[in-house]
Design a binder for this molecule. Structure first.
Ligand SMILES: [Zn+2]
Length: 723
């Protein structure tokens, strides 16, 4: 079995009496993984043979009495966070890792509380767990990494970013919560056979609150060293008497509570061979009881046997050369701080964060931003903040406290934080996390055709998670000429192991318009018009979407006015190669109605793209505000075009064209048999945009009609579908 979900119910933890009702499809996942990866079964057989061979040379009755070789193993803790509660502190990680090591050397004080029948079976794995002091690049480390990611709230294998070589370190990731696929899991681990097959996922991943909860992580490391649950290799405790291949853990149902009846459960007795008590070992770390205190001698032996086996190169972890390479036996170095800060826009009166991730505000807004020192890697003794854009620079700052600020000058705000560490000097970080918009609006008739990087710079772009999936200027495509446009880079060009984690699912990125003055429009309708061109790498319905928001309070609050998805967004189907539109037919005119409420003298619009793991690139161009639909607005600019809108129609339609210098115009409408149903001949003003209403009553029946229009020496014929 490769992947083990450990269902550790918080309710069971606090009361000790509540049955965990959590389920997960471990068996299905396991069977699927093994089906997809036949190599897992091969490694499993190889490891089982190696363990059997090692155990045949061990006398268990002597094991507990002899001093065996101690194995030292480097570990690394990866904090995958979005600056929430999952942002684990160094000192808490040091303390947790020390406790895990205590458990793996039978030094945990609660072994004293093991019930009498099992006292003489308590095993000592004699495996020392050390946070590494040298990283894979050879640089000094405290054995901790940080990564900001949306995947912290959608955890699973894809959240296992920044993995360190699994033959040199045991990787342990912490996240905020698991994805729906792992609902109910507190943590899960990979057995050696899975780790050998998918080395980039090898290790343990768990919810941050379980780092120091009971023995959740020692339990997971037990799986990394090939231990099963005491009732067997599934996540269904309490179903049947099961066994775990370990000779001195009695067969058991497995327990999710720790009542006397659980501790002295003899439902699986008697059993053979009678090497251990008839009572279930409910206090075993590989049970779910939340009163776990011990491994057995047999489990310690099996873990040691898995560690010295070659499967997943577990036997390299403790090698002398690896201990030197990872600095596992060296004292933790005193390193300079890694400066970091988080930003939140505003706070609710009760102190909670605004859920909205939007660092966009008008100049002179009274909304404050909250800046929080998140520096790590050293004990921070002092911090100093510097802010641009007319903000106040604090003279002294509480290192743990928050700083609030607001801004008067438009443009990107540079925030600089200097963190001073304990004995190790100061380090500085500068970022531009906030955009301050000018309150001087663009006049009516605003359009943006994105013909240069300077054009694009007028629309602030936020790549919130600083990754490859983002909005950017693209110079060699566009509508109607390839003269530049905006691209959402959704195509995932990572290859090999780089592409094994960090899926775009859950990411989103924004671009914003300047303030637009919409107050002078008197038409009943007013639209955002733009052209898009999208493709996907998916062969089924693409999951991409683009949400369009507006704000009429200077970026404080945003209201969604439209969402584009499906073929409305991805209009060019599936392409496996990276997509770029090359002809006008690949672009789609989009018309988004602006509700009257949002037509103010300073209306902002925000375009938020949500990619998926099968996204291709998406293009956006020729933005304008007008009373017309996007297609009609285009006709007004192009005298040679003629359009019927709507077409198809369930009612009447409009025949739209622009006259030239010769304004003699005639048009006829014929039905499918060629019979003329409408005829018109007239003199119009020259160089004028014309919309001719053609009533539904013109068409006797639903069906196809042919419209022929002659103007300025040219004749245009179009089909009209009446439904
Ligand atoms: Zn487990």
């Amino acid at each position: 079995m490769k992947k083990v979900f450990c269902l550790l119910a918080a309710a069971a933890l606090t009361s000790g009496q509540v049955k965990a009702q959590l389920q997960c499809g471990t068996d299905q996942v396991y069977q699927q993984q093994k089906k997809d990866n036949p190599q897992i079964g091969i490694y499993e057989a190889e490891l089982n043979a190696a363990i059997k061979d090692a155990l045949s040379k061990t006398d268990i009755s002597k094991f507990a009495k002899t001093t065996a070789t101690t194995y030292d193993v480097p570990i690394v803790v990866h904090v995958v966070h979005d600056y929430g509660n999952e942002y684990l502190l160094d000192n808490d990680i040091f303390q947790a890792a020390k406790y895990w090591d205590t458990v793996y050397n039978k030094q945990n004080a609660d072994t004293a509380d093991v019930i009498t029948p099992f006292k003489k079976y308590i095993g000592n794995p004699q495996i020392h767990l050390h946070l590494a002091t040298i990283d894979p690049s050879g640089n000094p480390t405290k054995g901790i990494t940080h990564r900001q990611s949306y995947l912290t709230v959608n955890g699973g294998d894809q959240a296992k970013m920044d993995d360190w070589d699994n033959t040199k370190y045991i990787n342990i990731w912490f996240i905020n919560k698991f994805s729906a696929a792992h609902t109910g899991a507190a943590a899960y681990a990979y057995y050696p056979s899975s780790g050998a097959t998918m080395p980039y996922y090898d290790g343990v991943i768990g919810i941050y609150s379980y780092m120091s909860t009971d023995k959740a992580i020692p339990h997971e490391i037990g799986h990394v060293l090939n231990l099963q649950h005491t009732w067997g290799d599934n996540n269904n405790p309490g179903v049947v008497c099961g066994d775990d291949l370990v000779s001195d853990t009695p067969p058991t149902y497995g327990h999710t509570s720790c009542l006397v009846a659980d501790l002295y459960d003899t439902r699986c007795a008697p059993h053979t061979p009678a090497i251990c008590p008839d009572t279930a070992n409910t206090q075993n770390i590989m049970d779910y009881s939340y009163c776990s205190k011990m491994f057995t001698i047999g489990q310690a032996d099996r873990m040691r046997a898995a560690l010295i086996a070659t499967v997943a190169s577990r036997n390299n972890l403790y090698s002398t050369s690896n201990l030197v390479a990872t600095g596992a036996l060296q004292a933790r170095p005193d390193l300079a701080p890694i400066p970091d800060f988080s930003v939140e826009k505003g706070m609710y009166s009760w102190g909670g964060r605004l859920a909205e991730r939007s660092f966009f505000i008008c100049q002179n807004s009274t909304t404050n931003f909250v800046f929080r020192n998140r520096s790590w890697n050293d004990t921070i003794t002092d911090v100093a903040w510097t802010f641009s854009n007319g903000a106040t620079n604090p003279t002294s700052t509480d290192i743990g406290g928050n700083v609030t600020n607001s801004f008067t000058t438009p443009g990107w705000v540079t925030v600089t934080l200097q963190a001073t560490g304990n004995n190790s000097g100061s380090t500085t970080i500068s970022r531009q996390p906030i955009y301050v918009a000018s309150t001087t609006p663009e006049a009516a008739g605003y359009a943006q055709y994105f013909s240069s990087t300077a054009d694009f710079a007028k629309w602030p772009m936020f790549n919130y998670y600083n990754n490859n999936f983002k909005w950017e200027y693209f110079g060699t495509a566009g509508y109607p000429n390839n003269d530049g446009c905006v691209r959402y880079r959704g195509y995932d060009y990572r290859t090999g192991n780089d592409a094994k984690s960090g899926t775009p699912i859950g990411d989103y990125d924004d671009i914003y318009t300047p303030a637009l003055d919409l107050s002078s429009y008197t038409s009943s309708t007013l639209n955002l018009g733009f052209y898009t061109s999208g493709s996907t790498r998916s062969t089924s319905t693409p999951g991409d979407s683009m949400q369009i928001f507006t704000s009429i309070d200077c970026g404080n609050t945003w209201v969604r006015i439209a969402t584009l998805s499906g073929t409305q967004l991805i209009n060019n189907g599936s392409r496996s190669a990276e997509y770029t539109p090359t002809s006008t037919s690949e672009w789609l005119g989009q018309t988004i109605s602006i509700p009257a409420t949002y037509r103010t003298d300073k209306s902002f619009f925000r375009f938020r793209y949500w990619p998926t793991d099968k996204s291709n690139d998406f293009f956006f161009d020729k933005f304008a505000v007008s009373p017309w639909t996007t297609e009609i607005a285009e006709l007004k600019d192009n005298p040679n075009l003629v359009k019927l809108s709507p077409n198809p129609t369930t009612g009447g339609t409009q025949l739209c064209f622009t006259t030239g210098t010769d304004a003699n115009v005639s048009y006829t409408i014929r039905d499918i048999t060629g019979k003329v149903v409408f005829e018109h001949n007239a003199q119009y003003p020259t160089n004028t945009f014309i919309q001719e209403n053609i009533a539904r009553s013109t068409f006797a029946n639903a069906g196809m009609y042919i419209v022929t229009l002659t103007l300025s020496q040219q004749t245009v014929t179009q089909k009209l579908i009446v439904q």
